[in-house]
Design a protein around this ligand. Structure first.
Ligand SMILES: O=C(O)CCC(=O)C(=O)O
Length: 276
């Protein structure tokens, strides 16, 4: 079988065809997929009928699976399958990379579309390596060697502000102390490409500069990295499986389908410490 890789935009995203992901991948096929993920950052694979066990088995070939810090999951024996169901109010409509507050944030996420709204519910990805390459040379030099604090409680704090979380949930999140200092610029271990690594959902501040400076720089970077020229927007088809490189992209699930159901199953693979 020949694997076909068709770019979906000049910056990121590719559709993969001719690959049977319902069985263990042979070494060369796995290598092709890993290389395609490093190069294209977001891979779309038509996978109608993919079973949960097959979804898990595919992700396991990429590394150790994680149980998500706060998303609901499929239950005993299937804790590694997060369920993002709009009926349960679970959605991710802010720009983020997944769980960047972990010491070893996720390397890749595998999201399978189970139930889709009649229209809407797209997901946008932005390439953080394209965003880094698009910075001015003085800004790249300024960010060199900087670190930023990432904190899981920041997202609960945002929920508290608009009524999606309670004070006791926020206090619990603070007590869990899921915080980590990460490099502001990281390097891809396979391609050597550099990428910005700050996101508005979890990044609290840049370390070692006055709060006003950190806030202004982060605000600039967030506006810069979400320009449409760095982006791919995926219109889901039933059964699509999308795999993304979590360290070198960010994503935002568009919530434009009130009253309709959208349900996705998600499995993620732990990475290594982000390389400065
Ligand atoms: O539902 C989506 O399209 C994206 C899910 C997401 O943001 C996540 O799994 O972190």
């Amino acid at each position: 079988m020949t694997i076909r890789i068709s770019p979906l935009s000049p910056v990121l995203g590719a559709e993969i065809e001719g690959l049977d992901i319902t069985r263990p991948l042979a070494g060369p096929a796995l290598e092709t997929l890993e290389q395609a993920l490093a190069e294209h950052q977001v891979l779309v694979i038509p996978a109608a009928g993919l079973e949960v066990e097959q979804h898990l088995a595919l992700a396991r070939q990429f590394g150790t699976l994680e149980t998500h810090t706060f998303f609901p999951n499929l239950g005993p024996g299937y804790e590694e399958v997060s369920v993002l169901d709009s009926v349960g109010g679970t959605r991710a409509d802010s720009w983020h990379a997944d769980e960047t507050f972990l010491p070893r944030p996720l390397k890749a996420t595998f999201l399978h579309a189970r139930i889709l709204p009649a229209s809407g519910g797209d997901t946008c990805w932005t390439s953080m390596s394209a965003a880094y390459a698009g910075l001015s040379a003085p800004m790249q030099r300024y960010l060199e060697g900087m670190t930023a604090l990432h904190d899981c409680a920041k997202t609960v704090e945002a929920g508290l502000q608009w009524g999606a979380a309670t004070l006791s949930q926020y206090i619990t999140a603070l007590g869990q102390n899921l915080r980590r200092e990460q490099p502001v610029v990281i390097t891809h271990p396979r391609t050597g490409r550099r990428a910005l690594f700050v996101n508005p959902t979890y990044t609290r501040h840049i370390v070692g500069v006055p709060p006003e400076e950190s806030a202004a720089v982060l605000q600039y970077l967030y506006a810069h990295q979400t320009q449409v020229r760095f982006m791919y927007r995926h219109r889901w088809r039933a059964g699509d499986l999308v795999i993304w490189d979590n360290l070198h992209t960010q994503h935002h699930a568009v919530f434009d389908y009130p009253g309709q159901r959208r349900c996705m199953y998600r499995v993620s693979v732990l990475g290594d410490r982000p390389l400065a």
